[in-house]
Design a protein around this ligand. Sequence first.
Ligand SMILES: C[S@@+](CC[C@H](N)C(=O)[O-])C[C@H]1O[C@@H](n2cnc3c(N)ncnc32)[C@H](O)[C@@H]1O
Length: 234
Amino acid sequence: MNSGAGGGSGGGCAGAAARSRGGSPGGDGFAPSALGTREHWDAVYERELQTFQEYGDTGEIWFGEESMNRLIRWMQKREIPLDASVLDIGTGNGVFLVELAKFGFSNITGIDYSPSAIQLSGSIIEKEGLSNIKLKVEDFLHLSTELSGFHICVDKGTFDAISLNPDSAIEKRKQYVKSLSRVLNGKGFFLITSCNWTKEELLNEFSEGSWNKENRFSSCTRVVWFPSSQDSGP
Ligand SMILES: C[S@@+](CC[C@H](N)C(=O)[O-])C[C@H]1O[C@@H](n2cnc3c(N)ncnc32)[C@H](O)[C@@H]1O
């Protein structure tokens, strides 16, 4: 993950740079970073909101446009019905929600813990003339009870960010898995795009026996990892 949030649409990634040799206070070799903090994202989206209001620029698309196309292609290939409920975890500027709606998905929700991100998403969605997209300021690690039963949960860069939190990153990752098991339908899919985690690491992180035997991810088949920068996905 790069630190270039705030302009541009490349959404590059310097994930390897986030790993420190021999471990770190963040745990599992991730060097703690401001990218893992709410203050960082509040500042990013306050800035991006202002830029959007002044110039109409929607701002950073993490991992680039192709990362959104990959996800939609996968959903198309798996014949995910257009009325399936989709949750975008850490939606940022909400551009992926716009893409989903334009493709025809009709039951879409975006959450982010940054109020400015949600305000920016709302403005972009309004400018696109789209309705029917639900937006909510929500900390995924401290969920309100009403979010549940989603058929598809999408994460593009959010688990990466949480993994870099300078304060108890391992605990936060465990909480992420718990929250996911609450919001995802038992037969749903979790689609994650990451630049800081390999496929094997992620499947291990979300699968049985990693932390929480009670979570629903007893089978890896429901967790689908997408590379952050290659042309082909699963
Ligand atoms: C790397 S950005 C990715 C944004 C967006 N998914 C995209 O692809 O452009 C990470 C996002 O996760 C959000 N985020 C981080 N931790 C969160 C949490 N605990 N709950 C909700 N959102 C969170 C940040 O505010 C930010 O919008």
